[in-house]
Design a protein around this ligand. Structure first.
Ligand code: BG6
Length: 507
């Protein structure tokens, strides 16, 4: 492994785009996301000199805080080395303001418009405004309308809205929400955020596929036999019972993050690297995706819920014992499912998706398994020869691994699998930024490439509608399988793959 000072790849390779004059307005600024993700991401951008001196941030929420209290609370929640840079924080926080705003009250929006004018003059932000709706999802539509009615979205070149997930809770509500927000502004002003798209390693799937000539010719049904997409977590639901009970893993992770990873893995090469070309291809592949069994959808999906586990010294509670959770809850904290993509490239190749909380390991990855060699000339030292695999590691390891067979040492001719890898940290010497860093900068640069377009979000919801309907109307057909905390999930999920003579990867 190269040391940081000798690796030439590490030198001067960061490419950064600098945001122009801008005022970012966060609604829901007293919430968890603002202090845990948004403000730290903005501070990071500031420290990377990617925010201009003509930048201001206004936090808005109903609480009666003032500028000083907002700054203090945000400073208190910084963690890690970034917290120690007092001088930078002092400079950065001088651009932070707070306004007590109830999005449902017209007079508050009038007052906010006036404050925006003042801040525009004070910080020379030239009327460029990005509004971030980090409020309860039930206010996404009315919040957007309130901003538009105050005239704050009138200039499509200078104003835009970022909308957090979940964008709708099924196909119908997502469609309705799209109609509302599109009445408020142009589609080019709407930025539906999915923080997985902000991850360096998810974007790397695009670069790996489309910047190398060797992968595309084999990236199809002729060479690939199956694909696994996983996002497993060790944490439970933390303190989000209220949200999670109405969501569950299918809505919380599958419809958005896993489906976006699927789209990027399976899309056709775009003609250009521009926002519409990329999003057209993603939308096309999502339209071609279908559940593994359309006639009997319950056969291609497994739902699970964690029960207690852990160790004597570190016991973990079950989902139903978490504060705020219904003791009889049937909300799933785990989902595994099988999909197909009906197009020339992927016909017949199963895509398996899995996600869950309180699992054995934190892991997000895409695994492409290649077809077996047509003839096995060599016995395997470890039993049966393994298929080649390309593992695209999203987190916590960031990089890629290729697994292939080599000759086991010795006078025999047996084979054994080895892995060849690339790691971001070894090559570039620093951990990647959080997805929000990239996405906040991109939205302020009005670049929608890594944001979900209206048709993509609807196609993703439509894909899972049959499952959501079963859960709603006939839940016994998709029963909850319990799994012990810190294991790999319910055995029923293993059976889903065993039917196809496959195993989930458990690194
Ligand atoms: C969020 C979900 O969107 O993604 C959370 O609401 C989940 O439940 C989180 O924990 C996972 O994100 P990451 O970046 O930690 O994989």
């Amino acid at each position: 492994m190269n040391t940081p000072t000798t690796n030439p790849l590490r030198i001067g390779l960061r490419q950064e785009r600098v945001v122009g004059p801008q005022c970012l307005i966060i609604f829901g600024a007293s919430g968890d996301l603002t202090k845990r993700k948004l403000v730290p991401a903005l501070f990071k951008l500031y420290k990377q000199r990617r925010l201009p001196s003509e930048f201001a941030l206004i936090g808005c929420a109903r609480r009666q805080w003032d500028d000083e209290e907002f700054r203090r609370r945000m400073a208190d929640s910084l963690v890690g080395p970034i917290k120690e840079d007092h001088q930078s924080w002092k400079d950065f926080s001088a651009r932070m303001y707070y306004d007590s705003v109830d999005l449902q009250r017209k007079s508050d929006l009038v007052k906010l418009s006036q404050r925006l004018e003042q801040i525009d003059r004070l910080h020379a932000t030239h009327g460029n405004r990005t509004f971030y709706l980090s409020v309860s999802p039930k206010f996404y539509g009315s919040g957007c309308e309130a901003i538009a009615e105050a005239g704050l979205l009138d200039d499509p070149k200078r104003s835009r809205v970022i909308i957090e997930k979940p964008f709708g809770r099924d196909y119908g509500s997502a469609k309705e929400l799209n109609q509302i927000v599109q009445r408020c502004g142009k589609e080019s002003q709407i930025f539906r955020i999915d923080h997985y798209l902000g991850k360096e390693t998810v974007q790397n799937i695009l670069v790996l596929r489309f910047a190398n000539a060797i992968f595309e010719p084999i990236w199809n049904r002729n060479f690939i036999s199956s694909v696994q997409i996983s996002a497993t977590e060790t944490v439970g639901i933390e303190d989000r019972a209220g949200y999670y009970e109405t969501s569950g893993a299918l809505r919380d992770m599958v419809q958005n993050h896993l489906t976006q990873m699927l789209a990027i893995t399976a899309m056709e090469p775009p003609g250009h690297f521009d926002p519409e070309a990329i999003r057209n291809e993603k939308a096309k592949v999502l339209h071609a995706a279908r559940l593994g069994d359309e006639l009997e959808p319950w056969k291609c999906c497994v739902r699970g819920q964690y029960v207690k586990g852990g160790t004597k010294g570190f016991p973990l509670t079950g989902y139903r014992e978490e504060p705020g959770v219904d003791p009889n809850s049937t909300t799933e904290t785990y989902v595994a499912l099988k999909l197909f993509i009906d197009n020339w490239r992927w016909q017949g190749v199963p895509f398996y998706l899995r996600t869950g909380k309180r699992l054995a390991k934190r892991l997000s990855e895409v695994v492409l398994t290649f077809r077996e060699a047509p003839v096995h000339l060599f016995d395997s030292a470890g039993g049966s020869p393994t298929s080649n695999q390309l593992i695209l590691q999203i987190q916590p390891e960031e990089g890629a691994q290729f697994r292939f067979e080599v000759k086991a040492p010795g006078s025999g001719m047996k084979s054994r699998p080895v892995e060849m890898g690339f790691s971001y940290e070894d090559c570039f010497g620093e951990p990647s930024d959080e997805g929000y860093v990239r996405l906040l900068a991109d939205s302020m640069l009005a670049d929608p490439t890594l944001f979900t377009r209206c048709d993509e979000v609807e196609a993703a919801w439509r894909l899972y509608t049959p499952l959501l309907e079963i859960i709603e109307d006939s839940p016994w057909m998709l029963p909850i399988h319990q799994y012990e905390s810190r294991t790999w999930g319910p055995t029923a999920a293993d059976e889903l793959l065993a039917q196809d003579s496959l195993l989930w990867r458990r690194p």
